[in-house]
Design a binder for this molecule. Sequence first.
Ligand code: NOJ
Length: 611
Amino acid sequence: MHARTSKAHIAQSCATALLLGAGVLTAAAQGAKPSPRNRAPMVQQAATQPAAVTSDRDWWKNAVIYEIYPRSFQDTNGDGIGDLNGIIRRLDYLRDLGVDAIWLTPIYPSPEVDFGYDIADYRAIDPQYGSLANFDRLVAEAGKRHIRVLMDMVMNHTSDKHPWFVAARSSKDNPYRDWFVWQDAKGFTKDGKPIPPNNWQSLFGHSAWQWDAPTRQFYYHKFYSEQPDVNWHNPAIHAAFADIVKFWLGRGVGGFRFDAITTLYEDPSLADEGTIRDKDGKPVINAYGDVQLDGSKTDNQPGLHEVVNEMRVVSDKFNKSVFPGTRVLIGETYLPNVQELAKMYGTVARPEFHLPMDTQIGMINKLDVASFRAKINDAQTQLHGNPPLLLFDNHDNPRIDVRYGDGVHDTEIARAIATVLFATRGSALFYYGDEIGMKTTPPARKEDVKDPVGIIAWPVFKGRDGERTPMQWNATTNAGFSTAASTWLPVPPTYSTVNVQAQQSDPDSLFAWYQSLIQLKKTNPALARGQQAMLDSQNPKVLSWVRRVSGSPAVIVSANFTAEQQTVSLAAPGSESKVKTLLKTPGAADPATNGSIVLGPFGVYIGEIQP
Ligand code: NOJ
């Protein structure tokens, strides 16, 4: 699934052993004296919450957020599906990794047509994941570890089994009818088939209009037909969702990720959307065999910003009332450019999202230095000083291996990507399993596909199962995910070598790299709060930047985006400075100065400029 379809388009106590290895995270990064005994403070520091440089109020400006797909994280009742008690069991792991918040994809009661994104009750927990009591315990246990729990808030649509829709479709004059988007047929074919009101399409393929034969009208669904869009032109919807948001804030959640937010409104004119054409003027045909439309009447329409501001006002009221600290609003904001992204922050007078997702950078899907440099600069200069929220992975897109890997240096490439994620200014969001380099593992046979889009578009697009496979904890049965005879999606065969336990005891592992980077992001003042500027800006092969904050040494970062060794100079001849290594690719040499840094294939260097 490419970025457009992804709105549619898109532990162990020895966890710290990895820090024991030489050269990965140096003593200097920890503020410890360089002696063999410096290992003890590292262990202690990683085992508790790293000393954050930001306050509870501002935590979201330099946050590390971890996306959990609950079905696939940890099963504790042996049914082959992850659950809330499983997340509780893994909280120490998440704390040791250094995450500030976990975002859970939907855990509400749902017929699971879209695995939770079709919600039948917004105020309860689906029994397969647990109960509200389990949820309250999760929030409390996470809180003890300084981890906030973020809920997924799906306000574009409900399930067709939600009581609102059941009532709405029961008759044309039901009071709930206007809670959804209904339209008469444009006409009827000769054989009596209703013709949809216009050409609008579902992001999951084919017409976005579903005929409801008993009441003889179409209803609109941007996603599956089992996900009817709610009608945001109706004030009752605003009040209903504000109440739902309050319900979860009252239970102590740390905020929300707002799903499919840019598709809340449709153009009331019902005009047809335009066709996307290729360079020869021919219509582009998408994975479903449909002509690709431009989204001009169903995406990013007027009214959206007002709704986000309403939810922000509701949420901000809770910042002081239950426990201190900002509740964060994150948006799933696939937008065409940085200017539209900037608008999603709102203004000081009318704030909107704290962190609308920056999909401009993470979905470049190619290690192209010039594009990265330009888009990172955009995020630095065009967002009115707001922190960007970077992400490279989620449950809707093939994992990093497919989009950035070369099949040979996937671990090195994953290190370079993680460096961009954690060492540039702003907040970072990553997806369970990224920290160990889990690979995309799509189903081999159509009959095994669970995600309906994979059935609709097979074999052009095999759906999103490949990036939703169970977390690979260890090399035991089912990767330690479940004791069930079979799991809801199969555990990929890679688990015997690619797993948390193996990587925790390997100081050169990807997991070690993630943990070290996160710790630097939290504890190094320049990386936590520093301004950012690109260095060596014409270099087409290596991306380099500097982070600066007053009172602390500047930090330079270089990431080689090629499979060949590169040498960079980050100083004008004659004005080189000594550097102190904070983190570098395993096995690389320490440079003496910023005038000559040697980087192996996809190698990374992070160091402090010495005064
Ligand atoms: C975006 C979610 O990330 C995706 O998984 C879901 O299918 C659609 N929104 C519809 O809710």
